[in-house]
Write a new protein. Structure first.
Length: 94
């Protein structure tokens, strides 16, 4: 179970890196995973200060923290330079 939560955390990190923010209730659908696993993965990311929560129009959204967004952008630049996604995958596992 712990490995699955870590795997989903990495997927959430990537999704949030690609988008400005995502409504929390949409994440299970986007990931095609059970809500309980997705919400545990969000908790993991929150505990590590990798995400921020905010409200818009009475809905709760999540986004990468400033530092994590910079890590994501740098991983994309590195991936583009090398022509692979290895570096961005390594960043997701962090």
């Amino acid at each position: 179970m712990k490995n699955k939560i870590g795997e989903i955390s990495g997927k959430i990190w990537k999704i949030l890196g690609e988008k400005e923010d995502v409504e929390i209730s949409k994440l299970p659908q986007i990931l095609k995973e059970k809500g309980e696993i997705v919400y545990q993965a969000l908790g993991w990311l929150a505990r590590e200060d990798k995400i921020n929560y905010h409200s818009k129009e009475k809905k709760t959204f999540v986004s990468l923290s400033y530092g994590e967004r910079e890590i994501f952008r740098n991983s994309l630049k590195t991936s583009l330079k090398t022509g692979t996604q290895e570096n961005s995958l390594k960043q997701q596992e962090m």
